[in-house]
Design a protein around this ligand. Sequence first.
Ligand code: DGL
Length: 294
Amino acid sequence: MQSRCDRKANSIFETRLQPSSRRIPQDLPIGVFDSGVGGLTVLRELQRQLPHESFLYFGDTAHVPYGTRSQDEIQELVRQILTWLVGQPIKMAIMACNTSSALALDAVRNEFDIPILGVILPGARAAVRSGCKIGVIATPATVASNCYKRAISEIKPEVEVFQVACPEFVPLIEANQILHPQTRSIVWKRLQPLVEAEIDTLVYGCTHYPHLAPVIEQLLPQSVTLVNPAVQMAAAAAQELELLNLKSNQTAPETSFFVSGKPEQFAHSSQHCLGFVPAVVAAQLQGLKIRTQF
Ligand code: DGL
């Protein structure tokens, strides 16, 4: 019998074709979400590859980090976010979050009437093109799900995969501590076993981690290729829009930002990635049984 991840690896873009005959307006924004600032690394790539699309970004900063939560909690959060996004409305949802893609995509994708894309399979596809000793750094929940290992082995069984959970990284990034002196030794503690295993490729298995690129690039041998799944993810989104006839040709597309936590904190932490201080709006997720951080 096939496991969840096996079925996921067999699907083309971790999405499904539009099931209903409902016509979705092409100029609606694409919804992109994450637990916090991590998804901005995906948004940046989407904006680069899809310059005529509008985006609506949601950061669930009241519930970050996701990577140490249970599968039930992650699925509940993802359902609430998708319900909120669909109500805006949007034409497609992108889980710019590996933890959500690993633990919730299969459960929720048929519950909504829009295409929903995840980031794991694009990441696995990009990784196998790059090497045969692949390291994956990810949240504890993503590593425990084994989704990357399974997706990579499904595509290329002979590849060796080494996964390392990095629970400290997301809190560091959300707190804007990337250049803090202690960050380097925390990052090295997680990378060292991978360097010792002589990996040739390292996958950012969490969308937050490319924010640490200045530190990670310094610590890794130059022979190691870094793979950011966002690049392949954006290409998959472009292909999916084309296939579903949902591509927009707007000349002045817009991007708006919403968070469940404190807008000022998100605006501050996202500045280095976006290159400007965004206008951020607070948004409440309704009916959640999960406690917020505040
Ligand atoms: N950036 C997300 C991911 O790719 C979530 C990280 C977290 O909140 O722990 O997994």
